[in-house]
Design a protein around this ligand. Structure first.
Ligand code: ATP
Length: 236
C-alpha cells in the first residue's frame, strides 16, 4: 500500500532522514520505533506532505506521491494524527471532528461523524463540550477520531501514547487494533517499543535517520540489540 524508497529529509543543513526505505502492506500495523530525534516524525511528515523530502520516492497504492502537499494526499485515503494531538481546545469536540472531515470532503457530511463516534463511546455523549474538558487520554482519542473523519484507508499515528497514563495508553493501543480490524492500515510511530510491537505485525527501528533493524514484531522483540538498547533488559 505504501512504499518509501531511499527517503532523505533535511532542515537547512541538518540532515534528519538519511535514506529510509520501508513499506506497509494493506491490513498491516507497522511500527516505526526509535529514540528521540531519530527521524521517525520527519519520515512520517515527509510521507504526508508536510515536509518535502530532499531525495527519495514515496508511492501510495502505486501512485507516486513524493512531495505532494497534504491536501492532495488526504483525498487518496491517507490521514495523519500528529504528535502532541494538536486539537483545538477552545472548540467543541464536534467542531474538532468536523474540521477533520472537511480535510477530505469539503462539506459537513454527518455520516462519518456518526460512524466515528460509535468507536468512541467516551466522546459520544460529550460532543457539545469544549475539547479542553477532556483528559489527556480522551484528547488523544479525539485526535484519532478527527483523523478518522476523512475515512482513511491508511492512518499514520505519531506517538499516540506520549504523556498518557499506562491505562490510557493501553486504551489507545486497543483502539488501534480495533481500527485495523475495521480495515484501516496503520503506520505507528512510537517510543513505547514493547507496546507498539505487541500490536504491530512488523517494525522498523530508526537510529540517526537510518533504518538499523527491521523484521516481524516477534523477530524484533527477540533481537539482542533491540532488547538491550530499547527495552532496557540485558539477556543472561
Ligand atoms: P521525536 O520523538 O523527538 O519526535 P523523531 O524520531 O520523531 O523524534 P524527528 O522529530 O524526525 O525525530 O527529528 C529528527 C531530527 O530532525 C532531530 O535532530 C530534530 O531535532 C530535527 N528536526 C525535526 N524537526 C525539525 C525542524 N522543523 N527544524 C529543524 N530540525 C528539525
Amino acid at each position: 500500500m505504501l512504499q518509501v524508497h531511499d527517503l532523505h529529509v533535511s532542515y537547512g543543513k541538518a540532515r534528519a532522514v538519511l535514506g529510509v526505505s520501508l513499506h506497509v502492506d494493506k491490513g498491516e500495523i507497522v511500527a516505526l520505533i526509535g529514540a528521540n530525534g531519530a527521524g521517525k516524525s520527519s519520515t512520517m511528515r515527509a510521507v504526508y506532505g508536510i515536509t518535502k523530502p530532499t531525495q527519495g520516492r514515496v508511492t501510495f497504492e502505486g501512485q507516486d506521491i513524493t512531495g505532494l502537499p497534504a491536501h492532495r494526499i488526504v483525498p487518496l485515503g491517507v490521514a495523519q494524527v500528529p504528535e502532541g494531538r494538536m486539537i483545538f481546545e477552545d472548540l467543541t469536540i464536534e467542531e474538532n471532528l468536523l474540521l477533520g472531515g472537511l480535510a477530505r470532503r469539503g462539506s459537513r457530511d454527518e455520516q462519518p461523524m456518526r460512524r466515528v463516534l460509535k468507536l468512541f463511546p467516551v466522546l459520544q455523549p460529550r460532543t457539545s463540550e469544549p475539547a479542553s474538558n477532556l483528559s489527556g487520554g480522551q484528547q488523544q482519542m479525539l485526535a484519532i477520531a478527527r483523523g478518522l473523519m476523512s475515512e482513511p484507508k491508511f492512518l499514520m499515528l505519531d506517538e499516540p501514547s506520549l504523556g498518557l497514563s499506562p491505562l490510557a495508553a493501553q486504551e489507545v493501543f486497543d483502539l488501534i487494533v480495533t481500527l485495523r480490524a475495521d480495515g484501516v492500515t496503520i503506520l505507528l510511530v512510537e517510543q513505547n517499543v514493547r507496546q507498539a510491537l505487541a500490536i504491530a505485525d512488523r517494525g522498523y527501528v530508526i537510529e540517526s535517520g537510518r533504518v538499523i533493524l527491521e523484521g516481524t514484531s516477534e523477530q524484533l522483540l527477540n533481537n539482542e540489540l533491540l532488547i538491550s538498547a530499547y527495552l532496557g533488559v540485558k539477556r543472561q
